[in-house]
Design a protein around this ligand. Structure first.
Ligand code: ADP
Ligand code: MG
Length: 498
């Protein structure tokens, strides 16, 4: 094939791939447009498949009838004029690419009634070609319907995940925008069934309760900007909510960050949050944090990624410090006011009728500050515990050879070298109703009480699993229970229902 210049339509279809990766990207772009238009209400409907129909309507300022066709062209925007404008951009969009890209890979019906106009206008574009355009009666605001997404890009369709995964992405995304804009009412329906709603009260706390549930919110503390003598830190304000060390997750997906109202992914800043919990939560556990990082627009370069998911900060270190300090301050303040209450294991006693030595009353660590030796099934009267501890003291006195010492500690996840069976130990005490300090042949042992309990339960279940038929391990409740779930959790339940 000789070299030739691609037609506008083909070039647009290829470029669209950068902006519109999946149904959730369409939702993202359309929500951002609604928010940029000053909407107080944003409604999202997904019909049986998000590829078949996504509809977003808002009550924003609308698009003037004579600009409606332009809005669907690539590189058409009302948000900036020159490259310089980029440095002080306050809108979520600015590339003028979204509507054009979407219209080149789907059938888009755009209906809008601008603030200062008598009637509305509607335009239908399919695969980049205008099909119809007319004046029409419509409520103030804008509605965009995206049908048959990727109908002309079969390759993209093939790479899409299941519909339930797409819906989960969409719900996650909407909850993020709802958090960043608590004053806006969001409502999502799937096949005309309400999946998600926020009140638009203006209070981030309300949105967190709507999206993550009251249970999670109860374990959260408020993060507010810290006073600092560093001028660069003063420019950066970090606010939001973060969990107490009692509520953690096994991955960092619930560390949700916004920079100037834009949801961002930033490994380094997630790490700053985790760092703020240093020594407060075990390694490999992560808090749930919703953080708004606000700074003057010229401190952020938002134009580094077609989907605007990443941003670049002018002083990344200052942002890192501000996040870490604010979160740390919020979490530490709490130690006087709240107690870390261990989880309640009451349920296990009844349903599993486990051996009394493992699940006796005394095992339940409900608020107990003093460890009962039976809890670990450890013989406390190790005769020569004291002598061993003397031996250990010869280990080292000064911290000169810190590094050498650290090298003795095995690290990494592969094949831990420590013995699988614990030696006899003498319990010395308990810290924060969370750790058990014990003395044994190799020195001091620090036992994570909850992890130990989980391990005991695990061994118990596995032993039963080996000796009994699997179905005997399941015990159905006599009466059904109503469980309140957030929209996102409900998506997961639906996904695993089969
Ligand atoms: P960008 O948002 O980067 O400007 P888009 O392609 O997303 O580019 O939108 C093009 C233009 O269409 C916007 O600049 C805006 O003027 C207009 N527009 C799009 N959606 C809406 C909406 N929901 N309400 C009002 N105007 C809109
Ligand atoms: Mg846009």
């Amino acid at each position: 094939m000789p070299i030739h210049i691609l037609s506008e339509v083909v070039a647009a279809q290829i470029a669209a791939g950068e902006v519109v990766e999946r149904p959730a990207s369409v939702v993202k772009e359309l929500i951002e447009n609604s928010l940029d238009a000053g909407a107080r209400r944003v409604e999202i409907d997904v019909s049986d498949s998000s590829l078949r129909l996504i509809r977003i309507s808002d009550d924003g300022h609308g698009i003037p009838a004579q600009e409606i066709e332009l809005a669907l062209m690539r590189h058409a925007t009302s948000k900036l004029q020159t490259v310089d404008d980029l440095s002080r951009i306050r809108t979520l969009g600015f590339r003028g690419e979204a509507l054009g890209s979407i219209a080149s890979v789907a059938r888009v019906t755009l209906t809008s009634h601008a603030d200062d106009e008598e009637t509305g206008a509607q335009i239908i574009v399919e695969g980049g070609q205008v099909i119809d355009k007319r004046a029409i009666g419509a409520p103030p605001g804008t509605t965009v319907e995206v049908a048959n997404l990727f109908y002309n890009v079969p390759a993209r369709r093939k790479f899409l995940k299941s519909e339930s995964t797409e819906r989960k992405h969409i719900t996650n995304l909407i909850s993020r925008y709802a958090m960043a804009y608590p004053g806006v009412r969001f409502a999502m329906t799937i096949e005309e069934r309400e999946a998600f709603r926020t009140s638009g009260s203006g209070d981030l706390a309300d949105v967190i309760i709507d999206t993550m549930g009251i249970e999670v919110f109860r374990d959260m503390v408020e993060v507010s900007p810290v006073e600092s003598r560093r001028a660069d830190l003063q420019l950066i304000e970090v606010s939001g909510f973060t969990t107490t060390p009692a509520q953690t997750r096994s991955n960092r997906s619930q560390i949700i960050l916004f920079a100037n109202g834009r949801t961002i992914q930033d490994q380094r800043l997630s790490y700053a949050v985790v760092q703020a919990y240093h020594t407060l939560i075990p390694q490999g556990r992560y808090p749930i944090s919703i953080l708004m990082i606000d700074m003057p627009p010229e401190e952020v370069d938002v134009n580094v990624h077609p989907t605007k998911a990443e941003v670049r900060f002018r002083s990344p270190d200052a942002v890192f410090s501000a996040v870490q300090h604010s979160v740390r301050a919020a979490v530490l303040n709490l130690s006087d006011t709240r107690q870390v209450t261990p989880p309640d294991f009451t349920g296990f006693n009844r349903s599993w009728d486990a051996p009394p030595d493992l699940l006796s009353e005394s095992f339940r660590p409900t608020g107990a500050r003093v460890v009962n030796p039976q809890q670990l099934g450890i013989d406390l009267d190790t005769p020569d515990a004291g002598r061993r501890s003397n031996q250990m003291s010869s280990y080292r006195d000064d911290d000169e050879d810190d590094d050498a010492f650290v090298q003795h500690i095995p690290s990494g996840n592969a094949n831990p070298q420590y013995p699988r069976n614990l030696p006899p130990m003498r319990i010395v005490g308990q810290i924060a109703a969370t750790y058990i300090v014990a003395e044994g042949p190799a020195g001091m042992y620090l036992i994570d009480q909850h992890a130990a309990h989980e391990r005991i339960m695990y061994e118990l279940f596995m032993r039963r699993h080996e000796t009994q038929a699997a179905e005997k391990l399941v015990q159905h409740a006599l009466e059904s229970t109503v469980v309140e779930l957030t929209a996102v959790n409900m998506r997961s339940v639906e996904e695993y229902l089969p």
